[in-house]
Write a protein of this length. Structure first.
Length: 144
């Protein structure tokens, strides 16, 4: 067997065993055991994005920051379809390039008047860890 064929077989076996070790689960189905309020001082730039007329998704991504991982899902739910007065954006991230934090869940609530820009009302953050007792759900404390 050539070196290339050997490496291919080893890679296939590694991928297969990694997939069988943890069944595939959708990020939206992962339970949330708790989350932590994020102080407004941590998202001043996102508040400026909102004041400049940014969309709810623009604002949410400004809060969550740069994404470096394998999967990101963004879910936006508006109250009022033609002219929404509130919006809830959830940013789910998984496979982060971090040795302790596997994923994050940002829950962002926005509000606006009929003619005004969006305002950030609440930001909650939860973590999913690579190791420890709570690897299967999002929790309110940073990972060990």
């Amino acid at each position: 067997m050539t070196l290339r064929a050997t490496l291919s077989v080893m890679l296939a076996a590694t991928c297969s065993s990694a997939q069988s070790a943890e069944p595939s689960i959708r990020l939206t189905d992962i339970a949330v055991a708790g989350s932590q309020a994020v102080p407004s001082s941590d998202y001043r730039e996102a508040a400026a994005t909102a004041a400049r007329g940014g969309t709810p998704v623009d604002i949410a991504l400004a809060i969550a920051g740069r994404f470096e991982g394998s999967a990101q899902h963004i879910i936006q739910l508006n109250e009022g379809s033609e002219s929404p007065v509130s919006s809830h954006v959830t940013v789910l991230r998984d496979g982060l390039l971090d040795d302790s934090i596997r994923g994050q869940r940002w829950d962002i609530t926005l509000e606006r008047s009929a003619s005004g820009p969006w305002r950030i009302r609440n930001v909650q953050l939860a973590w999913r860890c690579w190791r420890g007792a709570d690897t299967g759900r999002f929790i309110a404390v940073r990972c060990p």
